[in-house]
Design a protein around this ligand. Structure first.
Ligand code: F6R
Length: 595
């Protein structure tokens, strides 16, 4: 994963790079580094730890120069050590590179370079880039040609920013995100737009197998500040400058202590916004669903749970069977893909490698593809035939919260439109939206004391039936990833098929109850209670079986939208009660760009 930034301009680079890289910390945070260029030499500071910790120790702001690169790491190749932190330098210290991705043939290239006397000092695959570029320059190539040659040799995924001691900067992407920010007299490159949104909202999205030579700002014509080339053909490509509509405020924490809390609260607006879609687009997606011979919904993690939830609504409302497949397992369904198949890829980031791989598989079989996605200009939007934007605004916390409810709302809308009942679908979502404020406020008030009581528990079990079952899966994921408490979601009846053996005195079991599943799921909750479990009911009405009750108004098919909110809040408070870093849980990163 990792976040990368490059800056070239007239201002002091270290201040800008530090601010930019902090915005990307959600992408990985086991080590950080910045290199700048001053007096024809690289100045470099890097170490393991989160950005603020390392900055407190090393003070990045003493780095000189108006050009530099920065990196925040989520390690893949090579342990979490100072040496493995980026930026990486060539042996002659003339080339510095930051990289996000995986070089699959790095051992082969490394052995090749070692034969020419080049010594590698890190255990990373990334070091291939500066070493190869510098080696190629020693063979008489220009910086541009040396970078190009390196890109031709490297197999795998990369987004890189490479700089040399003459101040030339080249960026490239293949399989990992990279976007250019075009300022007035400066230029940025970053893994994600919020990194430089404070400085410019004019962007150029690079596609896979493209590289760009970045120049100093041309005030008169900013389109002259970069030249983009195709890696394979080495031909120049014309790229459009796009204007970003996300605001800086959306990408900042404001008065909230954590992005997670900000983003949970933003659901007061984002769910409504998700369904404000162009009618022609809704009609196009609806037709594609109705005319398809076989529909697959694919996603990973939270986005996958949204797909599972949608499969119930499609079955109930549109009377349609949709296949729901984890993106990483999609290849196993290849035999069922044909031209008439529709693949709906659901993703917040639009950069998840497993999902992109699934879409590429679908395209290879000629399937039609639709993206339901939040990040404008993401790879997914460029791969799919049609994109429906979730309009949730930037989701910075590593945990998906607001993007989940937007996905649920959109999928529900499409189920209803496929049944010829678009307006009913809108009504159901809009009436659920009226309760979101209350559900959040009640959750914030009632779940803090509950989390303080339960944060030392080792396990949580969540049960739900029908539409509430995917909510149980998603609620369990939220609890696990932020509070590190083991949690499992079950279809209500399943617990008794084995896992009930784990229930003992005081083990919390969250029962998610919809009107139509009430009787059966209460029986399941009773079974847990009979073994002295602690029952937390999430329901529109209280029941004597509950030890703790969280009221969530009934919203019909929109129940999952409201029901997940208290679980998001509970997960947040459990993590706080344990003193954990809510926005940056261990071992995780926001966009999972490795397979
Ligand atoms: C959970 C979470 C992950 C993502 C998953 C897919 O809170 O954030 O499970 O949902 O990595 O990411 P996207 O939706 O960006 O494809």
């Amino acid at each position: 994963m990792c976040g990368i930034v490059g800056y070239k301009g007239k201002r002091k680079a270290c201040n800008i790079l530090l601010e930019c890289i902090k915005t990307l910390e959600y992408r990985g945070y086991d080590s950080v580094g910045i290199a700048t260029l001053a007096n024809d030499q690289f100045q470099i500071k890097k170490d393991i730890g989160k950005i603020d910790e390392v900055h407190n120790k090393l003070n990045f702001l003493t780095l000189q120069g108006n050009l530099g690169v920065a990196h925040t790491r989520w390690s893949t190749h090579g342990g979490v050590t100072q040496i493995n932190a980026h930026p990486h330098l060539s042996q002659d210290k003339k080339v510095a590179v930051v990289h996000n991705g995986i070089v699959e043939n790095y051992q082969e290239l490394k052995h090749e370079l070692e034969k020419h006397g080049i010594k590698f000092i890190s255990q990373t695959d990334t070091e291939i880039f500066p070493q190869y570029i510098s080696y190629s320059m020693k063979q008489g190539k220009s910086f541009k040609d040396a970078v190009h040659e390196t890109l031709l040799r490297v197999e795998g995924s990369y987004a890189i920013v490479a700089v040399n001691v003459s101040g030339e900067m080249i960026v490239a992407r293949n399989g990992s995100p990279l976007v250019l920010g075009i300022g007035k007299d400066e230029i940025f490159a970053a893994s994600d737009v919020p990194a430089f949104l404070e400085h410019t909202n004019k962007v150029v999205y690079l596609d896979d197998e493209e590289y760009a030579v970045l120049d100093l700002g041309n005030v008169v014509d900013s389109s002259k500040n970069y030249e983009v080339y195709n890696v394979k053909t080495n031909k120049k490509i014309k790229k459009e400058i796009k204007t970003i509509t996300w605001t800086l405020e959306q990408a900042k924490k404001g008065n909230y202590p954590h992005f997670m809390l900000k983003e949970i609260t933003e659901q007061k607006e984002t769910i409504k916004k998700a369904i404000e879609q162009d009618h022609e687009l809704i009609a196009k997606v609806t037709d594609a669903i109705k005319n398809a011979h076989g529909v697959f919904f694919v996603g990973c993690g939270t986005s996958y749970h949204a797909c599972v939830s949608a499969s119930y609504i499609f079955a109930h409302v549109a009377k349609r069977h949709v296949n729901v497949v984890l993106a990483s397992e999609f290849r196993n369904h290849e035999n069922f893909l044909k031209k008439e198949t529709l693949v709906v890829a659901v993703s917040q980031s639009g950069e998840t490698a497993d999902l992109l791989d699934a879409v590429k598989t679908a395209k290879a079989h000629g399937c039609k593809t639709i993206a339901i996605v939040n990040v404008m200009g993401s790879t997914l939007t460029r791969l799919c035939d049609t994109s429906v934007m979730m309009n949730s605004g930037p989701e910075i916390c590593v945990l998906s919260t607001k993007s989940y409810t937007s996905q649920l709302a959109l999928l529900l809308l499409f189920a209803y439109s496929s049944a010829g009942r678009l307006e009913d679908g809108k009504k159901i979502i809009n009436s659920a939206c009226k309760h979101v404020d209350k559900v959040i406020d009640v959750g914030l008030e009632k779940l803090k004391p509950l989390a303080e009581k339960l944060h030392k528990q080792h396990d949580f079990f969540l049960i739900g039936r029908d539409l509430a079952y995917p909510s149980a899966l998603e609620g369990a994921l939220k609890i696990k990833e932020v509070s590190y408490i083991h949690a499992e979601g079950f279809a209500g009846a399943e617990l008794k098929h084995g896992t009930i053996a784990l229930i003992e005195k005081g083990v919390p079991c969250i029962a998610l109850i919809t009107k139509s599943t009430r009787k059966l799921i209460l029986s399941n909750a009773m079974e847990v209670k009979a073994r002295n479990g602690y029952i937390i009911g999430v329901s529109d009405e209280n029941n004597e079986v509950f030890d703790y009750f969280i009221q969530v108004p009934a919203a019909g098919d929109a129940d999952p939208i409201l029901m997940i909110i208290p679980l998001q809040i509970l997960a947040y408070y459990l993590a706080l009660a344990k003193g954990l870093d809510v926005d940056k849980p261990r071992n995780l990163a926001k966009s999972v760009v490795v397979r």
